[in-house]
Design a protein around this ligand. Structure first.
Ligand SMILES: Nc1ncnc2c1ncn2[C@@H]1O[C@H](COP(=O)(O)OP(=O)(O)OP(=O)(O)O)[C@@H](O)[C@H]1O
Ligand SMILES: [Mg+2]
Length: 145
């Protein structure tokens, strides 16, 4: 059985240039501290084609990127490759930002991943950044960048 109390809790999520989601933010982010965090259960409502399934696959795609690498993730689950996934008409990287806590009272962590194409047309990690506030700090420096 999964112990819910031990699961990390996502407080916010931002997706850029992922299919129909050109720039969507849910909950709280590293640089958006006044927004409220996501609650343990989040519902997504909207008319057809608005991007509900895309939002769920944004989490799936990010998980695949971490598990299998960005190049393979673009082709998994019928995604059809980077150019199919990037929002039409956009040339910037696909970007994800996750703001989460590993435990309820742990200091929040911000994880950012940007993916784009190299000169030969292969998807690669353009930027990856992990940040966590140190004890007593209000405005933290990156732990890794
Ligand atoms: N690369 C892309 N750039 C821009 N839009 C895209 C891209 N790929 C797919 N789309 C659009 O995303 C939309 C589909 O989004 P999605 O399937 O997430 O919607 P949904 O809210 O789940 O809809 P439904 O209620 O029908 O399930 C379609 O309109 C499609 O044209
Ligand atoms: Mg859908």
């Amino acid at each position: 059985m999964i112990s819910v109390s031990k699961m990390a809790k996502i407080e916010g999520f931002r997706v850029k240039n992922f299919r129909v989601l050109k720039d969507v933010t849910l909950g709280k982010l590293w640089n958006m501290q006044t927004a409220g965090p996501l609650t343990p259960m989040t519902g997504v409502i909207g008319k057809n084609g608005v991007g509900k399934s895309t939002l769920l696959d944004a989490f799936g795609f990010l998980a695949d990127c971490l598990k299998s690498g960005v190049e393979e993730a673009c082709d998994l689950h019928g995604r059809g490759g980077f150019e199919k996934i990037r929002s039409q008409g956009q040339t910037g990287p696909i970007k994800f930002e996750v703001y989460y806590r590993e435990e309820p009272n742990a200091r929040p962590i911000s994880y950012e991943l940007e993916i784009t194409l190299d000169e030969s047309g292969r998807p690669y990690v353009y930027e990856e950044r992990l940040r966590q506030l140190r004890k007593g700090q209000k405005h933290g420096w990156p732990l890794l960048s």
